[in-house]
Design a protein around this ligand. Structure first.
Ligand SMILES: C[S@@+](CC[C@H](N)C(=O)[O-])C[C@H]1O[C@@H](n2cnc3c(N)ncnc32)[C@H](O)[C@@H]1O
Length: 252
């Protein structure tokens, strides 16, 4: 029997590929990973369109109790649905490797991810450096990783895609404003002249969706902008080719 890893794309129930839909239809169990991103429609819409009951898979199930998924795939077809692409988050490689250890056959059905749809702002995908995440600070955990990654990419003339933290249990999604404020806080702390109110960045929300919002402006203006529903991300441009500059004029 087969464990299908299926990317759902970024917007709604209809972004699944035809191949993905066939696999779901053939499956006895359908799990939806529900903690690394979110679609713009409720899960009931997926159930209606796919004609299947969907089981929510939170981080604890996927990372600590993966056997609940894997044991089913030993003698039944199981679909594991992921918003965006299946490998747009590190956590799913682990599930695949565990399945392999148990000799479970895995098939991968890909889809659009924020990682490549970020190119829709008009920056060349090949000129992005390391992707980073800006995380909600916690007591004893307030890393400067995102700041350092942007600094390194900038030094090499590369763009940076900053993904923004999600606390799915609390239904909390970091906004462009929160992400920028955290970068400004790090600037105050570290003082390496990476970012200030006059730095130009791109704020994005719901990329790949009908109501996407993209705004290219200085940080102090973006802090006042309402980007609406999540998910949001921030792109810090590196060196701009004149075609990229031309494309960014669409979002001023
Ligand atoms: C772990 S990543 C992406 C995982 C997903 N599997 C994928 O391939 O797109 C989740 C983060 O990416 C960003 N993101 C995801 N979808 C987005 C979208 N449509 N528009 C803007 N940002 C998005 C948000 O910052 C979100 O917190």
């Amino acid at each position: 029997m087969v464990l299908y890893f299926i990317g759902l794309g970024l917007e709604d129930e209809k972004d699944i590929t035809v191949k993905g839909l066939y696999a779901v239809k053939k499956s006895d169990y359908v799990f939806l990973e529900n903690y690394t991103s979110l679609l713009q429609v409720p899960v009931e819409k997926l159930e209606e369109f796919y004609g299947k009951k969907i089981i929510g898979a939170d981080r604890n199930l996927v990372e600590n109790n993966a056997d609940e998924i894997l044991d089913k795939a030993k003698d039944k077809n199981v679909s594991f649905l992921v918003v965006g692409d299946i490998f747009g988050a590190t956590t799913h490689t682990d599930l695949w490797l565990r399945a392999k250890e148990k000799n479970i056959e895995c098939r991968f059905i890909h889809n659009a991810s924020v990682i490549n749809v970020a190119g829709s702002v008009g920056l060349e995908l090949y000129k992005f450096g390391k992707t980073t995440s800006i995380v909600f600070p916690e007591k004893n955990y307030n890393p400067k990783t995102a700041y350092d990654v942007i600094k390194m990419n900038k030094k090499n003339g590369l763009h940076t895609l900053c993904l923004l933290d999600i606390k799915s249990k609390d239904n909390k999604f970091m906004s462009v404003k929160e992400g920028l404020n955290l970068l400004l806080e790090k600037e105050n702390e570290l003082g390496k002249k990476l970012i200030n109110g006059d730095t130009k960045v791109i704020g994005c929300a719901r990329l790949g969706c009908k109501d996407k919002k993209i705004k290219y402006s200085v940080v102090k203006d973006l802090l006042k902008e309402d980007f609406g529903k999540p998910p949001h991300c921030i792109i810090v441009p590196g060196e701009l080719h004149f075609i990229e500059e031309e494309a960014l004029k669409n979002w001023v």
